[in-house]
Design a protein around this ligand. Sequence first.
Ligand code: GUN
Length: 278
Amino acid sequence: MAIILDGKKLRDKILSELKLKIDKYETKPKLVVILVGENPASKIYVNNKKKTAEKLGIISEVLEYPENITETELLNKIKELNNDKSVTAILVQLPLPKHISKENVMNTITPEKDVDGFTPYNFGKLFSGETPTVYPCTPKGILLLLNEYNIKLEGKHVVIIGRSNIVGRPLSQMILNENATVTVCHSHTQNLTDIIKTADVVISAVGKNIIKGEMLKNDCVIVDVGIFKDENGKTRGDVDFESASQIASYISPVPGGVGPMTITSLMLNTIELFEKSL
Ligand code: GUN
């Protein structure tokens, strides 16, 4: 039976240390989260970010805008936050409505307040093997979790499924930095099951239940980034936990694995930006 990669436990440990750190500062970091529209999942995520930040003593503000806000209005708001000295971190929750260019939004956030590490400057740094201001939250959380369990990636074959800008793409670079051999699979990949069978580490960020135990190599490590509700309303990940946990050596559960680590990384990034601003 696989060992559980417990994201909640590590989150609690890191956040309690962070709280002590923040308590020591007279001025506090301020995280502003911009939420556009009514996406129910985004609302839950944003609410969790705000609640977690406040528990740590981070000042947190959520700016909610209707679906029909114009791109210009949104960009002007971001420029205002860029110029506001009290604001140390800016996060624009994704996805955005179709009429707003994500590229223009990311181009507008100043890299020094880019708490997601998603601006072209920070992405460019990451993809050229340099150090960005901060690393994107979900990939960072995954690496913290693997590190906590002493799972080394050097020389290993890591198969990432999903090539989003939020997870797959930045994660591929960060794992390359760990000297792993990285394969990034996606919806057009042929022979996915053959590739998965050769993986020492499988990281799946698809949002569909696609991985079963019989597809895996014995003793591999499984990181499940997917999270969605199945037809019975049950929260599920990309991996069939029952069968995969019989084959893998380590496995992250859903919920309670990567999710808590993403928010932990956001808090770590908020503090890093704050400290750099001092
Ligand atoms: N939507 C889903 N995950 C994320 C994230 O990590 N950052 C932002 N900005 N939006 C998201």
